[in-house]
Design a protein around this ligand. Structure first.
Ligand code: NAD
Ligand code: 6OD
Length: 497
């Protein structure tokens, strides 16, 4: 790929994308700057959408639904989704550079996961909508007439899509692709920290021939800014959100006005259970990914590890070596295996947990500090991968989502004890089990109170299967046909023949 320097030689300006066009800068609109997480240097200025921009985006989306887009059939929309996917693939390097610039994530991850999965979301939902059907029944009425009763799958209307910063393109397209597949129009609010790929996607949509107004992006913050303006807008018919649980609570209050539908993918404090009968090396290899990938900024990350006592010391020692082998460095260098955190503010939050662990007397197995980086990288948001043992299950380090490259490891003596500790949380997003005992794997997976449970693996999922959280980790399921349930409205038609 071109280097970031070639791609982004100057401080870029990121604008909103409304009705098929970039919103022109105006003295009425505020701007804020983005910093490259790896160095701290200013990398972009972002134009923040106000109430006028949000309303223009929502009205453009509404108008698009009344135009040719509202008359498309599933096959036409599927063809469009394929063109969008091909458009992302054709501009792969630009997406890659923009995502790395906003997040600081290593190219090894962004090029294998973020951008390919962003394109794949469009292809998967194109295929799903092409073959999706709704129910049809034939029956007799009480007086003997033939009756045909069937459901029509229709769009919901204008969908507000509110996104986080950790996997910006991947998580946004995971919602936008099924929304468009079902014939809706969207108003997207990317995270204030990672708006670039959402706006770049607007260009791809336009070039693919998507009618103006079907895909809109309004940049800005949450409360008191674009996020709240979108979720409060009376012409937004449904809201899909990925982010923190307490933000979900605020959005749910907004959605109550007008009784609008919500789909929420929220926070987690995910447990990993490592049984003595596991393949230890494979378990350690996978746990290292589950704790440290994306510098721990993945909602599915394992922050609590429970290890059967007989292999506890061996597991801790091996995972420590893995943590210490991670290489921080230039995100554009393929050898870099750990990037920085998203922001200085987030690093302060993660470091506050490192402090808490110390203050509570945890054994710091490794880490607990920041990386001292050379040269330009000295100003980045680097932090050391960290492992602790010895804290009680009541410690905030063990109960609260940290969203950093860290985990607490606790020993257990029985399956029941491990399950009780794993389930003792208000969250229920994901879990991981390592065992070679098939019966135990099935039994434990069925008893873990999480939306997804990985056995002898982590972060593998066919995009057609249900994804979402139990308890405070979410509402609803997306993925395959489950996404279609949220993004479409079924109309029941009953005909007496
Ligand atoms: P966040 O909740 O702070 O922000 C997410 C988005 O919501 C941003 O675009 C933000 O501007 C917007 N927002 C904030 N307040 C708002 C309000 N009052 N009204 C409308 N919009 C508002 O989350 P984050 O820090 O960007 O992301 C990290 C969090 O996301 C973690 O808790 C993580 O677990 C969670 N997450 C969950 C999943 C999942 O699939 N369950 C995936 C990724 C991230
Ligand atoms: O795999 C996905 O589609 C998905 N929703 C991943 C979520 C990752 C959270 O950070």
């Amino acid at each position: 790929m071109k280097s970031l320097e070639q791609t982004d030689s100057s401080v870029r300006q990121v604008s909103c994308f409304v009705n098929g066009k970039l919103w022109a800068p105006s003295p009425n609109l505020s701007e804020y700057t983005l910093n490259y997480p790896a160095t701290g240097e200013v990398s972009a200025t972002v134009i923040e959408g106000d109430a006028t921009v949000v309303d223009a985006a929502v009205q453009a989306a509404k108008a698009a639904m009344k135009g040719p887009w509202g008359k498309t059939d599933a096959a036409q929309r599927a063809d469009m989704l394929y063109k969008i996917a091909e458009g992302i693939e054709a501009r792969f390097d630009e997406f890659l550079a923009a995502e790395i610039r906003d997040t600081g994530k290593p190219i090894s991850m962004a090029s294998k996961i973020d951008i390919p999965r962003g394109a794949a979301n469009f292809k998967v939902f194109a295929d799903i909508i092409r073959s999706a059907s709704a129910e049809t029944f034939q029956m007799k009425s009480a007086d003997g007439h033939d009756v045909l009763n069937y459901a029509l799958r229709l769009p919901k209307g204008v969908v507000g899509v509110i996104c986080p910063w950790n996997l910006p393109l991947l998580l946004m397209t995971w919602k936008v692709a099924p929304a468009l597949a079902c014939g809706n129009a969207v108003v997207v609010k990317p995270s204030e920290q990672t708006p670039s790929t959402a706006v770049l996607l607007g260009e791809v949509m336009r070039d693919a021939g998507l009618p103006d107004g079907v895909y809109n992006v309004v940049n800005g913050f949450g409360a008191g800014s674009a996020g709240e303006l979108i979720t409060n807008h009376p012409d937004v018919d449904a809201i899909t959100f990925t982010g923190e649980t307490r933000t979900g609570e605020a959005i749910m209050r907004a959605a109550a006005t007008g009784v609008r539908d919500v789909s929420f993918e929220l926070g987690g404090k995910n447990p990993g259970l490592i049984f003595a009968d596991c393949d230890l090396d494979k378990a350690v290899e996978s746990a290292a990914k589950a704790v440290f990938v994306n510098c721990g900024q993945v909602c599915l990350q394992t922050e609590r590890i429970y290890v059967e006592r007989t292999i506890f010391d061996a597991f801790v020692e091996k995972l420590k070596l893995k943590a210490e082998s991670l290489l921080p460095g230039d995100p554009l260098d393929r050898a870099t295996s750990i990037g920085p955190l998203i922001s200085q503010e987030h690093r302060k939050k993660v470091l506050s947990f490192y402090e808490k662990a110390r203050a509570e007397g945890a054994t710091e197995v490794t880490g607990g500090d920041i990386f001292d980086m050379p040269g330009a990288f000295a100003g980045g948001n680097w932090i050391k991968p960290t492992l602790w043992t010895g804290l009680p299950e009541t410690s905030p380090v063990v109960t609260e989502e940290i969203f950093g490259p860290c985990a607490h490891i606790t020993p257990f003596d029985s399956d029941d004890e491990a399950l009780a500790m794993a389930n003792n949380t208000r969250y229920g997003l994901a879990s991981m089990v390592w065992t070679e005992n098939l019966s135990r794997a099935h039994r434990v997976a069925s008893q873990l109170e999480t939306g997804i449970c990985w056995v002898n693996s982590w972060f593998l999922r066919d995009l057609r299967t249900p994804f979402g959280g139990s308890k405070s980790s979410g509402i609803g399921r997306e993925g395959g046909l489950h996404s279609l349930e949220f993004y479409s409205e079924l109309r029941n038609v009953c005909i007496q023949l």
